[in-house]
Design a protein around this ligand. Structure first.
Ligand SMILES: C[S@@+](CC[C@H](N)C(=O)[O-])C[C@H]1O[C@@H](n2cnc3c(N)ncnc32)[C@H](O)[C@@H]1O
Length: 371
């Protein structure tokens, strides 16, 4: 399947040796930057204002942790109570401490990062946050390690329900290894829900080698279509785009360097379901779901992704893959399910692909003939 991710593999090769990239990125986040304001662009730290319950939870995170936040989105899915969550590239721990409150005392959140100064800030504040949240002991843990090798971090197969990551995978030297490791440590029915930076075209080698552009989360970004192929190649068969926004960069010199390449911050959700359950495309089996209005803070409707907002009590037709993402995950109790996969009705129209053949009599050539 290597042809599927040629672009992404080239990208890894272009970024030089894995160790060199790790050292440069660690230097950038450990020494060059000391606080959010030191960033040279707005590639990190974009995004809309968080919803009220997230704002309330963030107000309980220590200012020293917040000061070293370099994320590019909000990677907090619904239904986290009691879950085991992993944050890839947790930095100083802002999202870990946010998630710590959302999983509650019975859940746990593990953060992995390779930059010692960042992870030290995160660790130093563990007891402070546990007290602040009213927990008897911290439900957080920080591991100093590389997200390309979670085995070396001591993380077992199928040990997490949800993985988040905020503006990190673009910095990873081996993006395929990161996604493959995330897939390995997720439980079936779990998901990688993460915000990152993507480019409109493959980034040329000279820009990938630019340490500021790379450190600012721009030139390490995957071309979006390479990302989709890469995700599918490691087993995340149907990546779903939750939200996205263009990155303006806000630095004339760096904008001139990147020229016509456009960058976007985007949040994807990648479900891990048993092998073969999700199909390469959205297929129509005549299935539907009805949302019960029971996910906290979403009484009127709930969105699985940018294309599926389901109104409470209304029959909503879905493809086979969407049906599985709701039926075979933690979201199942919030839906009634209609239909099974016993009859196939063709491609699910409006989901990217459609019937490739002309339905006019005589076909696309205009003249009718038998074989
Ligand atoms: C842009 S910052 C984001 C940090 C954090 N997620 C946040 O929102 O503040 C990127 C972080 O990813 C970490 N990082 C980058 N590549 C990594 C890798 N291969 N393994 C572990 N950590 C990595 C860096 O050390 C840095 O702390």
């Amino acid at each position: 399947r290597s042809h599927l991710w040629t672009g992404a593999r080239l990208h890894v090769e272009m970024s030089g040796s894995v160790d060199k990239v790790h050292a440069e990125v660690s230097e950038y986040y450990g020494t060059t930057l000391e606080k959010t304001e030191d960033l040279a662009t707005n590639a990190c730290c974009t995004g809309a204002a968080p919803p009220p319950h997230i704002r309330a939870a963030l107000s309980k995170v220590h200012p020293d942790v917040i000061a070293r936040y370099y994320g590019c989105g909000l990677c907090v899915p619904d239904e986290l109570d009691g879950l085991s969550v992993l944050d890839l590239g947790c930095g100083s721990g802002r999202d870990v401490y946010l998630l710590s409150q959302l999983v509650g005392e019975t859940g746990r959140v593990v953060g992995v990062d390779m930059t010692p100064t960042q992870i030290e800030v995160a660790r130093e504040h563990a007891a402070w946050h546990a007290t602040k949240f009213g927990f008897a002991t911290p439900n957080t843990e920080f591991v100093d390690g590389k997200i390309e090798d979670l085995r070396a971090c001591g993380l077992a197969d199928a040990s997490f329900d949800v993985i988040v990551s905020n503006c990190v995978i673009n910095l990873a030297a081996d993006k395929r290894a990161v996604l493959a490791e995330a897939h390995r440590v997720l439980r079936a029915g779990g998901e990688l829900y993460f915000s990152d930076v993507y480019s409109s075209r493959r980034v040329p080698e000279a820009l990938v080698a630019d340490t500021v552009l790379y450190g600012e989360c721009l030139s390490g970004a995957l071309y979006w279509n390479d990302f989709l192929a890469l995700a599918k190649s490691v087993g995340f068969d149907d990546p779903r785009l939750v939200e996205d926004a263009p990155i303006t960069i806000n630095n004339a010199a760096l904008e001139a360097k990147v020229g016509n390449i456009k960058f976007f911050s985007a949040t994807y959700r990648l479900f891990k379901l048993p092998q073969g359950m999700l199909e390469p495309d959205c297929e129509d089996y005549g299935q539907a779901v009805i949302y019960k209005g029971s996910i906290p803070r979403h009484p009127a409707s709930w969105s699985l992704d940018g294309h599926h907002e389901m109104e409470t009590g209304k029959v909503f037709t879905v493809c086979g893959n969407t049906h599985h993402m709701l039926h075979d995950t933690r979201f199942a109790p919030h839906f009634d399910f209609i239909g099974d996969k016993s009859v196939h009705f063709g491609i699910f129209e409006g989901c990217g692909k459609s019937l490739p053949f002309s339905t006019d009599e005589g076909g696309s050539k205009g003249g009718g003939s038998c074989c």
